[in-house]
Design a protein around this ligand. Structure first.
Ligand code: SAH
Length: 368
């Protein structure tokens, strides 16, 4: 049994079964045994690979997007470039390198990273050491939002804890993590139904409540509407709200049982982009998308960027460049280009955002 499994069992014996959100928060963020707190999980030797680790072009295109935004904002003298959950720091490194094409933008920038993991903070510090732009780290959003900002979050919302409810004959009952007779972790249901959920659905239907992710999007939307700027949320998930259990565990590039290895497997959920868009609109931000990752990267010039890099590359590098770019925009329901969506939030005074010309949220959906 892992150290965290033993601690969870003790907690549940003392306090009773815990909500899925508490389970997720402890698995990922427990100060000593949490998945992100104790290790760097990325890369071929780790548990999963993210877009910035697949191709430098990903971060470069987002860096050029940010530079264009700075221009559209009227070239403010000071702008915070904020990243939420920066992983190894690769995305920020690639963005800053690409931003060199606009020296005024680089000069206006200060870099702010929101990261809870000490291990990953160290990794980010090492990655960004050569970037010659000073970076500051924050534990949470509260301190990072101050003045005009460009906010980037890749695979961040999927790591935020959510709650689940299951439709039963008596109504919606919360899904909880408890212990079976042998002391192993099991899913169960709250004894009493939740009286606040008015939705009707067939028995057995699972409803997810991503309160933490909605709070992040609301806070950023409100800030951008008041103080200027824009934000990009990239993640896997759906453009339309729906029912279903999306909690999943990943270990060594394969799916695992979410209860089997607490703290040793990554735990994520799919992002409900329709609800995120609704929260951002309600907070006063303009919303673009969700677009697929494929559509956005192609609109931002992925092919042109790859062709430019290929000119100074060896044949082997050229093959790797093409393969990486292809993986980012690959089509099919489980391929990155389609499964991953991008939602943009912006100050409503800004014109249409680069890459989203075809993806402005239709007016009629503002009532959501
Ligand atoms: N954006 C990176 C990493 C994605 S993994 C990439 O694309 O490679 C999720 C990241 O979010 C990790 O850096 C993790 O430590 C961080 N994280 C998870 N929960 C967090 C929280 N509540 N607050 C701040 N950072 C968090």
């Amino acid at each position: 049994m892992s150290a965290l499994a033993a601690e969870l069992a003790a907690l549940i014996r003392e306090e009773g079964p815990i909500p899925v959100s508490r389970y997720m928060a402890l698995c990922l963020g427990h100060p000593r045994h949490g998945y992100y707190m104790k290790q760097d999980p990325f890369g071929a030797g780790g548990d999963f690979v993210t877009a910035p680790e697949i191709s430098q072009v990903f971060g470069e295109l987002l860096g050029l997007w940010a530079a264009t935004l700075w221009r559209m904002m009227g070239e403010p003298a000071a702008l915070r470039l904020v990243e939420l959950g920066p992983g190894r720091g690769t995305l920020m490194q690639d963005m800053l390198r690409a931003a060199k094409v606009l020296p005024g933008f680089r000069a206006a920038l200060s870099v702010h990273l929101v990261e809870t993991s000490p291990v990953l903070r160290e990794r980010q510090r090492a990655t960004l050491a050569a970037s010659s732009v000073a970076a500051r780290w924050h534990d949470e959003l509260e301190t990072v939002l101050d003045g005009p900002a460009i906010v980037i979050a890749n695979e961040f919302l999927d790591a935020l804890p959510l709650d689940q409810f299951v439709r039963t004959r008596e109504g919606w009952r919360e899904r909880l993590v408890g212990l079976d007779a042998e002391g192993a972790l099991v899913f169960g249901l709250a004894a009493e139904p939740d009286r606040d959920i008015g939705l009707v659905a067939p028995e057995g239907t699972v409803l997810e409540q991503p309160a933490a992710a909605l709070a992040v999007v609301t806070q950023i939307g409100r800030h951008l509407a008041a103080q200027g700027g824009a934000g990009l949320f990239l993640d896997y998930g759906s453009s339309r709200s729906g029912f279903g259990d999306t909690l999943q565990a990943m270990r060594r590039h394969g799916f695992a049982d979410p209860l089997a290895e607490p703290g040793d497997a990554d735990l994520t959920v799919h992002v409900d982009f329709e609800r995120m868009a609704g929260a951002a609109l309600a907070a006063g931000a303009a919303v673009s998308g969700p677009a697929t990752q494929r559509d956005l990267l192609l609109a931002l010039g992925l092919e042109q960027r790859v062709a430019a890099l290929a000119q100074r590359a060896t044949p082997e590098q050229r093959r790797a460049l093409a393969a990486g770019a292809e993986r980012l925009v690959a089509t099919g329901p489980t391929a990155m280009g389609e499964l991953f969506k991008v939602l943009a939030l912006a100050d409503p005074r800004l014109p249409a955002l680069p890459g989203f010309d075809l993806h402005r949220l239709p007016e009629q959906r503002r009532a959501f």
